[in-house]
Write a protein that binds this ligand. Structure first.
Ligand code: SAH
Ligand code: SF4
Ligand code: F3S
Length: 474
C-alpha cells in the first residue's frame, strides 16, 4: 500500500484552471510578462525548478535569465549547509530594490530552506517584501498562490501539506534538449544524524513505475541522450509501495524495465545509499545496454565509529564489499563519493581512517564537505564539535590525497578512444568544447557548435586531475 496520495486528475485539473486564470490575467495586461527563477541546491531542486519554469511558461510568462526585467521571481532554496542558506538569504535581500522599483513584482521563496519554521519566520519578519512561501511538495500550488496573492493583496504562507503528495503531469521546461532529470522518488527516511533533508523533504514517496517509464520513453523518443534518475536514496525505491501480496518492485526492477526502451542513450541515477545497494542492482547494471557504468556511492566517513554516530547503518567492510563486487562485475565502472570532514567527535585517528579508505577504494572523484551543524538535527547537539581550523586543515589534506588519486586514475585513459556526449562550449573557456564520458568524466576538445548534444569519438591525448583532453575522430 502506498502511504502517500497521488493527486487525482480531477485535482490536477483544478490546478490547471489556476494556470489558465493567471494566463488570462497576463494576457489582459497587454504587456509581456517575465519570470526569473534562481535555484540553489541539488539536482532534485534543479528538476523542481524545471517544473516551476514549466508552470510559469504555461501561465504566459517568458522565462528570462535576469531578475531586472522580471514580473515574478521564484527563489528555490537549499538547506543542506549554512553556506547554501546564507547565499539564498543574500540573494533574496538583493531583490528588495527591484520590488521598490516595481511594486507589482511578485517575489516567491520555495524549497528546502523555507520548510524550516525558523527560516519561515526569518522571511516573514526580515524580508517583508517576499509575497509568498511554498514547500517542495507544494510546487503544483504556485498558480493558485499567484491568483490568491493578486486577489487578496496580502502576503501568503502556504501551510505544509497535511499529507504527503505526489503530483504527476505538471508542465516542465527542460534546460537542455539532450540531458534530462527524472525524479523517481521524493523525500528520505534515513535520518543520517547530520542531515536536514528528511525534515524538509518529508518521507519517501516512490512514483509509480508506469509514470517513470513513460516519462523516460518520451524523453528518449524526443532525442534525449543522457537521463539521470533522481532520489535521495534511489536504492529504497518501491519500499513504500509493497503490494498487499508482499510483492515488491524495486529500483533494480525499474532499471531493468527502463533499459528495454530502444534508443541511443545513457541512464544514470543518484543517489545510492550503501546500506541498500544490492547485488541485484549491480547485476542489472552490468548486463544492461543503457545503464552507464558509473556509480555515485556516498561513503561520508572511513571510520566505523563515526559512521555509527552518523546513523549510516553500514561499516567500512560492507562498503568495500560493494565496491569489490561492482569492480568484479563492471571492471570499467567509475565510482564517486561524498565525504564529510569534521563530524562531531571525529578524532585524528577517525580522519586517518577516511584517508585510508580513499587509498583503498581509489575513487575517480569525491565531493568533500566540511561538516555544517543543522538546526534540529541530532549531530548539531552532539558534544565535541570540531574546531573550524582543524576542519579546514583536514579538508585540505583530504583534497590533496584525492587529487593525487584522481590524477593517477585518469592516466590509463591516455590514448584510448572515448564515446563522449558533447555539452557544448566549455563554461570556463568559450574556445573549447566540453563533454562527458560514460563514466561522467569531463573531456575538453576542439569542436563545432553542431556537435552539441551528439555522441562523438574522442581520442584522449592528455589526462589531468579534473579533466581529460582529446581530439575528435568523427
Ligand atoms: N541523499 C544523498 C545526498 C544528500 S545531500 C545521500 O544520502 O548521499 C549531499 C551530501 O551533502 C551528502 O552526501 C553529505 O555528504 C553532504 N551533507 C549533508 N548534510 C551535511 C552537513 N550538515 N554538513 C556537511 N555536509 C553535509
Ligand atoms: Fe540525508 Fe542521509 Fe537522507 Fe542522504 S540518506 S538525504 S544524507 S538523511
Ligand atoms: Fe539542498 Fe534540499 Fe537538495 S536541502 S541538497 S535542495 S534536498
Amino acid at each position: 500500500m502506498r502511504k502517500y496520495k497521488i493527486l487525482s486528475e480531477c485535482e490536477m485539473k483544478k490546478h490547471s484552471e489556476y494556470i489558465e486564470k493567471v494566463r488570462t490575467m497576463n494576457l489582459n495586461s497587454g504587456v509581456d510578462k517575465y519570470a526569473y527563477i534562481q535555484t540553489f541546491g541539488c539536482q532534485q531542486n534543479v528538476a523542481d525548478s524545471e517544473r516551476i519554469a514549466g508552470m510559469c511558461e504555461a501561465m504566459g510568462y517568458t522565462v528570462c535569465d535576469t531578475p531586472d526585467v522580471a514580473d515574478i521571481i521564484v527563489v528555490n532554496t537549499c538547506a543542506i549547509r549554512e553556506h547554501a542558506e546564507k547565499r539564498a538569504l543574500s540573494i533574496i535581500g538583493q531583490f528588495k530594490h527591484l520590488k521598490a522599483k516595481k511594486p507589482s513584482l511578485i517575489i516567491a521563496v520555495c524549497g528546502c530552506m523555507v520548510a524550516q519554521e525558523h527560516r519561515r519566520n526569518d522571511i516573514k519578519f526580515r524580508y517583508p517584501y517576499v509575497d509568498f512561501i511554498f514547500g517542495a511538495s507544494s510546487l503544483f500550488r504556485l498558480p493558485q498562490l499567484i491568483v490568491e496573492r493578486v486577489q487578496k493583496q496580502k502576503r501568503l504562507y502556504c501551510p505544509e501539506e497535511k499529507e504527503y503528495l505526489v503530483a504527476e503531469g505538471m508542465p516542465v521546461r527542460r534546460e537542455s534538449n539532450f540531458k534530462a532529470w527524472v525524479s523517481v522518488m521524493y523525500g528520505c527516511n534515513n535520518f543520517c544524524t547530520y542531515c536536514i533533508v528528511p525534515y524538509v523533504r518529508g518521507r519517501e514517496r516512490s512514483r509509480r513505475p508506469e509514470d517513470i517509464i513513460s516519462e523516460v520513453g518520451e524523453l528518449v523518443f524526443a532525442g534525449y541522450k543522457d537521463i539521470t534518475l533522481l532520489g535521495q536514496n534511489v536504492n529504497s525505491y518501491g519500499k513504500d509501495a509493497i503490494g498487499d501480496d508482499g510483492e515488491t518492485y524495486d529500483f533494480a526492477d525499474l532499471l531493468s524495465d527502463i533499459d528495454k526502451i530502444e534508443g541511443d542513450y545513457y541512464i544514470r541515477f543518484m543517489t545510492s545509499h550503501p546500506k541498500d545497494a544490492s547485488k541485484k542492482l549491480i547485476d542489472v547494471m552490468a548486463s544492461s545496454k543503457h545503464i552507464a557504468h558509473q556509480f555515485h556511492l556516498p561513503m561520508q566517513s572511513g571510520s566505523d565509529e563515526v559512521l555509527k554516530k552518523m546513523n549510516r547503518r553500514y561499516d567500512t567492510e560492507r562498503y568495500m564489499g560493494i565496491v569489490e563486487y561492482m569492480r568484479e562485475k563492471m571492471p570499467d565502472v567509475t565510482i564517486s563519493s561524498d565525504i564529510i570532514v569534521g563530524f562531531p567527535g571525529e578524532t585524528e585517528e577517525d580522519f586517518q581512517g577516511t584517508l585510508d579508505m580513499l587509498s583503498r577504494v581509489r575513487f575517480d572523484m569525491t565531493y568533500s564537505f566540511i561538516y555544517s551543524p543543522r538546526n534540529g538535527t541530532p549531530a548539531a547537539k552532539m558534544e565535541d564539535q570540531i574546531d573550524d581550523k582543524i576542519k579546514s586543515e583536514r579538508f585540505d589534506r583530504l583534497l590533496e590525497l584525492q587529487n593525487r588519486i584522481a590524477y593517477e586514475k585518469n592516466q590509463p585513459l591516455f590514448g584510448t578512444v572515448q564515446k563522449v556526449l558533447c555539452d557544448g562550449r566549455s563554461k570556463n573557456n568559450e574556445n573549447v568544447f566540453s563533454g562527458r564520458t560514460e563514466g561522467n568524466k569531463i573531456v575538453l576538445f576542439e569542436g563545432n557548435d553542431s556537435d552539441t548534444g551528439k555522441f562523438l569519438n574522442i581520442k584522449i591525448t592528455r589526462a589531468d586531475t579534473f579533466a581529460l583532453y582529446g581530439e575528435k575522430l568523427n
